[in-house]
Ligand binder design. Structure first.
Ligand SMILES: Cc1ncc(COP(=O)(O)O)c(C=O)c1O
Length: 393
């Protein structure tokens, strides 16, 4: 019996080696990876430049110092993040939920600084923000919350892409300090916000002096054809929580601020022992530099579009929607399809199913269009068999 706590329904496979977009299991079987460890492995596996940077960091002997001292790699990473986000200040932590926790604290502190005693944050239905008490309370999925009540208060929920719902809250609730949104919901089923809606939502935030928090933990970092989804909409949010793909596999989180959110945290307001340590920061700097040098944002946009259009060409009845942006891809089926994950593994393909009936693909940004076509070649017979089974039943 394993002593690992049973918090995940795991598939019976262990990947022990990787190169590019390929993984090998303990038996030496080869898999094409269309998931990147759920949007984490930006550079795929064994990227030589990342390996070199991390090896040098390890050889230096300094994996960790402390935020009590200056950390030059942290300063370099913050400079790069400021450049790609267009924002100003970066707080480093170790995961997505921590980045969101920092964002929620900033929103509350911002509210208090404005004289709101009990600040509240508008959040979206079907959103996922993490599994700490505050972030699961912000999450719009009862399954994540059930059993952990009492929830953290101060979240007001509205449907995605519904500006009137937000306006209505604005009319009746004087405690709002911020809006928190995943501009493309990942766990919720690859639900894409309309760009017009995002712009209008930002205008509403400006009108009421609310913070706009864009949780780009899953959708950010080049995956959609720009560094961040808000850049497609053409504005800058006040707070951008990041994690996942930021260090291509080394655990990291970052809460980035600009505009009204700058300077809200003062010394002593927040902290993290590991946050921004030299090991993680080396990986952040290398990841961002490599994405730029190798044109991976453009590649992710093309490969993702190729995957979507190849799936569309299959014209399968029972596929109810094909959506996403760049290499954030959702194929919605007419019924729950969790069994496809194991079937795909057996066919040498790594993917995921979310929101019960959405096949989710988040390939590494290094995936080529030819490899993207191979993803669909492997997926197509599985989809056909799965959907035909229904017709036969
Ligand atoms: C949009 C979003 N926010 C937050 C999180 C939480 O990140 P972590 O699992 O690193 O705590 C996730 C993880 O899936 C996510 O997709």
């Amino acid at each position: 019996m394993s002593h690992v706590m049973n918090t995940y329904a795991r598939q019976p496979v262990a990947f022990v080696r990787g190169e590019g977009v390929w993984l090998w299991d303990e038996q030496g079987r080869k898999y094409l990876d269309a998931l990147a460890g759920i949007a984490v492995n930006t550079l795929g596996y064994a990227h030589p430049k990342l390996t070199k940077a991390l090896t040098e960091r390890i050889k230096s002997g300094v994996l960790h110092t402390s935020n009590l001292w200056r950390i030059p790699d942290q300063e370099a990473a913050a400079d790069r993040i400021a450049e790609i986000t267009g924002l100003d200040e970066v707080f480093f932590c170790n995961s997505g939920l921590e980045a969101n926790e920092a964002a929620i604290k900033i929103a509350r502190k911002y509210g208090h600084d404005k004289g709101i005693a009990e600040p509240a944050i508008i959040v979206m239905e079907k959103a996922f923000h993490g599994r700490s008490l505050a972030t699961l309370s912000a999450t719009g999925n009862r399954k994540v919350q059930a059993g952990f009540e009492p929830l953290v208060s101060g979240f007001v929920r509205v449907p995605l892409n519904d500006l009137d719902a937000v306006r209505l809250v604005a009319e009746h609730n004087r405690n709002i300090a911020a809006v928190m949104i995943e501009p493309i919901q990942g766990e919720g089923g690859i639900n894409v916000s309309r760009l017009e809606y995002l712009r209008d939502l930002k205008a509403l935030c400006d009108k009421h002096e609310w913070l706009f928090i864009s949780d780009e933990i899953q959708c950010g970092l080049g995956r959609t054809g720009k560094w961040f989804v808000y850049q497609h909409a053409g504005f800058k949010p006040d707070v951008v929580p990041l994690a996942k793909g930021l260090a291509s596999g080394v655990p990291v989180g970052a809460c980035v601020t600009g505009g009204r959110a700058n300077g809200v945290f003062k010394p002593g307001n927040h902290g993290s022992t590991f946050g921004g340590n030299p090991l993680a920061m080396t990986a952040v700097v290398a990841t961002i530099d490599i994405v730029k040098e190798e044109g991976l944002i453009e590649r992710a946009a093309k490969t993702g579009e190729t995957i979507r259009s190849e799936v569309r060409k299959l014209a399968l009845p029972g596929v109810t929607d094909i959506r996403g942006m760049g290499s954030m891809i959702g194929v919605e089926l007419e019924r729950a399809c969790g069994e496809l994950v194991l079937q795909a593994l057996q066919a040498g393909l790594v993917l995921n199913v979310t929101a019960d009936n959405v096949v989710r693909m988040l390939p590494p940004l290094v995936m080529s269009e030819a490899e993207g076509r191979q993803v669909v070649e492997r997926l197509a017979p599985l989809l056909k068999a799965f959907l035909e089974k229904r017709v036969a039943a």
